[in-house]
Design a protein around this ligand. Structure first.
Ligand SMILES: [Zn+2]
Length: 263
């Protein structure tokens, strides 16, 4: 009796041990959440603007729960060269290159040593978000250079037009202009791309053409908006899914998005 009970306990313990051992490994190897932010504000919030104190709470939750923010460069290295990722990797990305990212997000990232990625519409560096209401200043190259210890910068098109509404020629011209402008700037951009408004053309032929164009211009991956985690290894480097964080998300909403995808 004692022997059987002892054996049963032994099996239970070894099952528990293997579950504990496998669980983080499992998460590391099979899923990667990529979060997408836009503006950070110390005054207000909306769908695209997260209050600085909420952003701080989200970062501290990630730190307390063992997440390690990585760059897209590390994701590409994992994908192409089988390098290792940390146990609980996550990518923090920001679209549009808002100056408030430097003022209000970067200091918090710096405190925690967290990496992040900013996707830049390269036709608007040092200007304002003219594709929207034009009221928000965007970072200059001088400002961007001050963040390169932790921040990688990728391309978010040239003109910030929605590729779902453009012809193949218009998309090709925008990608070419983005590549040319980025190269001429001399700024150390990473060869990574985020689709404006998070979308690819629905037409499968055009969709494939866009990815081929990006590859021809040297981009190694591209991110879209889709409220779900990515399965690793990636099935399609040109359709990395990102989960948008809204300024209306509570910390519980944030955790739910992280664990279950879109709220
Ligand atoms: Zn954008």
């Amino acid at each position: 009796m004692f022997g059987l009970a002892s054996a049963a306990i032994g099996v239970a313990i070894s099952t528990l041990r293997s579950w504990l051992w496998l669980s983080p490994q499992h998460r590391t190897r099979t899923t990667l959440v990529v979060l997408m932010y836009h503006k950070i504000s110390d005054r207000t919030c909306d769908a695209l603007t997260v209050r600085q104190r909420d952003f701080a709470a989200q970062l501290h939750w990630l730190a307390q729960n063992g997440y390690t923010p990585i760059s897209f460069a590390e994701l590409i290295a994992y994908h192409l060269h089988q390098t290792n990722l940390p146990q609980k990797p996550i990518i923090l990305s920001f679209d549009d290159n808002y100056h408030n990212n430097f003022v209000l997000a970067y200091p918090l990232l710096k405190q925690l040593g967290f990496k992040a990625t900013v996707f830049v519409p390269v036709g608007y560096v040092g200007k304002t978000n003219a594709w929207d209401d034009g009221s928000e200043p965007l970072m200059s190259y001088e400002t961007m250079r001050q963040m390169t210890d932790l921040i990688e910068f990728g391309i978010h098109s040239h003109s910030h037009k929605d590729y779902r509404t453009l012809t193949a020629d218009e998309i090709a011209a925008d990608i070419a202009a983005a590549s040319r402008t980025a190269a001429e700037s001399g700024f150390p951009y990473s060869p990574i791309f985020a689709y404006p408004y998070g979308g690819l053309p629905k037409n499968p032929v055009l969709r494939r053409q866009v990815k081929t164009l990006l590859e021809r211009h040297g981009f190694l991956c591209a991110a879209r908006i889709k409220g779900t985690a990515n399965t690793l290894p990636l099935r399609d480097r040109y359709e990395i899914c990102r989960i948008g964080i809204s300024g209306y998300d509570t910390l519980d909403d944030f955790i739910a998005k992280l664990e279950n995808g879109k709220a």
